[in-house]
Design a protein around this ligand. Structure first.
Ligand code: UT7
Length: 332
């Protein structure tokens, strides 16, 4: 037995406003039929203007802390593409909103793979004995990043937050996390991007197009890369653990598109019924996608203590990551 990070609680929060495909079809040149057949999404939640990522994150984190029966943690890590502000990081704001005192807090930026990077960072802190407990949150307000007239992306993304609490424990325990596989390919950075607003292209630069300040994605190419990298990353993590795909009880893949998840289960040889999916209800919630899918699987009673769960994500960067855990007995 060696020291490792153990998942001990999960929480999730979706802002109350629901936007259906029919609602979007009334505003954009799209249809419920196109959205459902191409993506599997039927609705998504939208944060009200003035609701920041830290507000969603604090709600999900409170739920996770209640589930863990804890009122403090050593570290707060937020994975997000949509921080409250470009500077400072949002995690300290969340810690303050939760009344956690002067805890360590920072953001991790890896777009839709951010939560996997956050889990790996938290695990590293725990294994190195730098922390006993870490709150890892994935939270997004893509409504602030996607241009409302951009039909290609406006139909895909939703707002929300998911959170888990990790504590120190031992390999072999229920909830034990690992091994991990993480990777990136920066040559693909233009496939998922916001061009302006950083050091390379200032938001106010003369000639900067207004659209450059918004999210853009080359859907078809991203689709191909997503299946390929999640498949390879998931296989690498199974190899590291000396496990086969047929030993996996639940696949929790990044909820970007129901067709991507189907291609992924096909390529891994995992039956589709063993893939947890809530994309129809929430859309693509980027860094919040994996923890929200875990919270969904827990709430719906799909995830049972002792189940082997494979997590895999792909996102902008390009980035990807995977890990394994045995599902713990959690309070509901
Ligand atoms: O979270 C990070 C990871 N993200 C992803 O993994 C997303 C990956 N990509 C995808 O999920 C899919 O590529 C999309 C859902 C974004 C698009 O599906 P697709 O089957 O790849 O469609 P497409 O991009 O090839 O577009 C097909 C057509 C185009 O029209 P033409 O050029 O064939 O005339 C688009 O203009 O569909 C059109 N289109 C739409 N039509 C109605 C694009 N968006 C819409 C829309 N409603 N909302």
């Amino acid at each position: 037995m060696t020291r490792c990070a153990v998942l001990t609680a999960v929480g999730g929060y979706l802002p109350p406003t629901v936007v259906t495909n029919e609602d979007l079809a009334g505003q954009l040149d799209t249809s419920d039929e196109w959205i459902r057949t191409r993506t599997g999404i039927s609705r998504r939640h939208r944060a009200a203007p003035g609701t920041a990522t830290s507000d969603l994150a604090a709600e999900a984190a409170s739920q996770a802390m209640r589930c863990a029966g804890m009122d403090s943690v050593d570290v707060v890590i937020l994975a997000t593409t949509t921080p409250d502000r470009p500077c400072p990081a949002t995690a300290p704001t969340i810690a303050a909103k939760l009344g956690l005192g002067p805890v360590a807090a920072c953001d991790v930026s890896a777009v839709c793979s951010g939560f996997l990077y956050g889990l790996a960072t938290a695990s590293g802190l725990i294994v190195a004995d730098l922390a006993e407990t870490v709150l890892v949150i994935g939270a997004e307000t893509y409504s602030s990043l996607v241009h409302p007239d951009d039909r290609s992306n406006a139909v895909l993304f939703g707002d929300g937050a998911g959170a888990v609490v990790l504590r120190s424990g031992e390999t072999g325990e229920l909830g034990a996390l690992g091994p991990f596989d993480l990777g990136s390919d920066g040559s693909g950075r233009d496939l998922i991007t916001v061009r302006a607003g950083g050091s390379e292209q200032w938001a106010e630069e003369p000639g900067s197009r207004m659209r450059d300040a918004y999210f853009s994605m080359s859907g078809r190419e991203v689709f191909r890369n997503a299946v390929q990298h999640m498949n390879r990353s998931a296989r690498r993590v199974l190899d590291k653990a000396d496990l086969d795909a047929d030993q996996v009880d639940w696949l929790v893949g990044h909820q970007a598109n129901a067709r991507i998840l189907r291609s992924l289960t096909d390529s891994l040889g995992i039956p589709e019924e063993r893939s947890i999916s809530n994309i129809d209800l929430v859309g693509n919630t980027a860094a919040a996608s994996i923890p929200l899918a875990l919270e969904h699987g827990h709430r719906e009673g799909l995830l049972k203590p002792g189940d082997l769960v494979l997590l895999t994500a792909f996102g902008g960067g390009l980035t990807w990551g995977s890990t394994l855990l045995t599902w713990p007995a959690l309070a509901r």
